[in-house]
Design a protein around this ligand. Structure first.
Ligand SMILES: Nc1nc2c(ncn2[C@@H]2O[C@H](COP(=O)(O)OP(=O)(O)OP(=O)(O)O)[C@@H](O)[C@H]2O)c(=O)[nH]1
Ligand SMILES: [Mg+2]
Length: 468
């Protein structure tokens, strides 16, 4: 299916970030990798890398062989990893050079002058997949590992990279295939296989398979939270101190704060690390019946943001009494995830805390803070962390799906299994069962890269960063 000539050439790219740094890493992969390294590198004692054992690293010099008299270009460490036991499954050479823009670019140019081709984004990992070093779900885990912004996301990517999702999918596929094979054998050889009572047994198994798949499907929301952060909308009436809270949590003056009610007009987003969590914090316009057109739109947007959010920080100004605007918000958040924040704890309290708890039927945690002095922010942090550690909202599920492509295939596998169940309930012939069982089998296979087309593979790897 895949063009083998294509994988016969040798590629190279800078693997370290495109920034000034102590060390820059350039990777060369393909059948000529070691020959190329021999042409451009010598140790101080004049030895070539091909003379060195596998998985070793050597100190030496890169020479600019484009000059008539090769010229020392950089002092480097060079490592050699021969295929098939390398990242890509091919011969790989890595150059650790000095990490300046100019020097890494120059070494790459020397490498390209030998006929090596620049690697496309994700091409090293794509080769690892094509050479059977990892399945598609593991290759995708490499990308999410690089993109991880917090502890949970990192742990989950590492789990996926070590093949946890893959083993679950493989075992499910094996069980589904067994049933299909049984049906096919029974239809071919009715003398030795008896299908009496089989549909009922199959139905029980299909329910078990469906449950396993729906658990993975359900974890997708948590997966998104883990990967992109908890969408947290800060909601409250004008002047409650919403923008001050955003500024306090993000650690700098992100939003404009004034004592004029209606300062924030449009929603403002900021990604912050909040304890172990990553929050996508959204400051919104203060909720009130505004006459001003712009402010009105701002208020509508505030409610839209709160609707989409995983969590609402409802900010009340504890130095003034509750008013109609607060009541409107109390009504709005009733069936949502929210924390009630009594802000301005540094001022004499006016607001009746007991009354608020009653109004909210005690269903939300209430916390006192001061966005001005920072009092209570640590408690808010702990409370938010605890909320998302709770197994109900949990980031502790066994396997967590973070990839939209995986979710889509799981949806389709699940739907196919529901068709099997329906055919059983409708008393259809056994061969109907196997068609939909096989469809579920195929969709699960796409997750790990069984029988996926070249286009899809190109699409997936093109999302990777350079040098990976
Ligand atoms: N004393 C005290 N003042 C605060 C606190 N938080 C905010 N303020 C003050 O309250 C006023 C309004 O603060 P903002 O953060 O702009 O309020 P907001 O909710 O974003 O207001 P809008 O954008 O108009 O909806 C400012 O003068 C802040 O300095 C606090 O904890 N203590
Ligand atoms: Mg504001």
């Amino acid at each position: 299916m895949f063009n083998k000539d294509y994988i016969n050439d040798t590629i190279a790219a800078q693997c370290s970030g495109m920034t000034q740094a102590g060390i820059g890493v350039i990777r060369i992969s393909g059948k000529d990798a070691i020959d190329v390294a021999d042409k451009i590198f010598l140790t101080g004692a004049g030895k070539k890398i091909s003379e060195f054992p596998n998985n070793s690293i050597r100190h030496g010099f890169i020479y600019d062989i484009r000059k008539s008299l090769p010229e020392k270009t950089d002092e480097v460490m060079l490592s050699v990893m021969r295929g098939p036991h390398s990242y890509t499954g091919e011969d790989v050479v890595e150059v650790n050079c000095h990490g300046g823009f100019y020097i890494t670019k120059k070494i790459l140019e020397i490498i390209f002058s030998t006929g090596v081709r620049p690697a496309e984004p994700g091409e090293f990992t794509k080769r690892a997949f094509l050479n059977g070093r990892m399945d598609l779900s593991e290759a995708e885990a490499v990308m999410s590992l690089i993109n991880s912004k917090n502890e949970d996301a990192l742990k989950n990517s590492m789990d996926q990279l070590s093949g946890r999702l893959k083993s679950r999918i493989i075992s499910l596929r094996k069980d589904i295939l067994f049933e299909t094979a049984y049906i096919e054998s029974a239809l071919d050889d009715p003398e030795h296989y008896d299908l009496t009572g089989y549909p009922e047994k199959l139905k029980e198994k299909v329910i078990v398979f469906s449950k396993a798949i729906s658990d993975m499907k359900d974890s997708y929301d948590n997966g998104r939270i883990m990967q992109d952060g908890v969408r947290t909308a800060i909601l409250g009436k004008p002047n409650a101190g919403k923008s001050s809270l955003l500024n306090n949590i993000s650690g700098y003056d992100r939003a404009i704060v004034t004592d004029i009610a209606g300062t924030t007009r449009d929603s403002i987003e900021e990604n912050v690390n909040f304890g172990k969590l990553q929050l996508r914090l959204i400051d919104t316009a203060g909720i009130r019946n505004a006459d001003d057109t712009v402010e009105k739109i701002g208020v509508e947007r505030a409610f839209e943001q709160a609707d989409k959010a995983d969590m609402i920080f409802f900010v009340l100004d504890s130095s003034v009494p509750i008013d109609e605007n607060d009541k409107k918000i109390i009504e709005f958040i009733k069936d949502k995830n929210a924390v009630i924040i009594l802000n301005k704890s540094d001022l004499p309290p006016v607001l009746d805390e007991k009354k608020i708890k009653e109004d909210l039927t005690n269903s939300f945690p209430v916390i006192k803070i001061s966005s001005k002095t920072g009092e209570g922010i640590d408690e808010l942090k702990e409370l938010t962390e605890k909320f998302f550690e709770d197994p109900d909202h949990g980031l502790n599920d066994e396997i967590i799906i973070t990839n939209a492509r995986h979710k889509k295939e799981l949806d389709q596998a699940y739907d196919s299994l529901q068709l099997v169940k329906k055919s059983i309930d409708d008393g259809m012939q056994e061969d109907f069962f196997s068609i939909d069982l096989m469809s579920a089998y195929e969709h699960l296979g796409y997750i790990i890269g069984e029988d996926v087309g070249e286009d899809l593979v190109d699409e997936i790897f093109s999302k990777f960063c350079m040098g990976k």
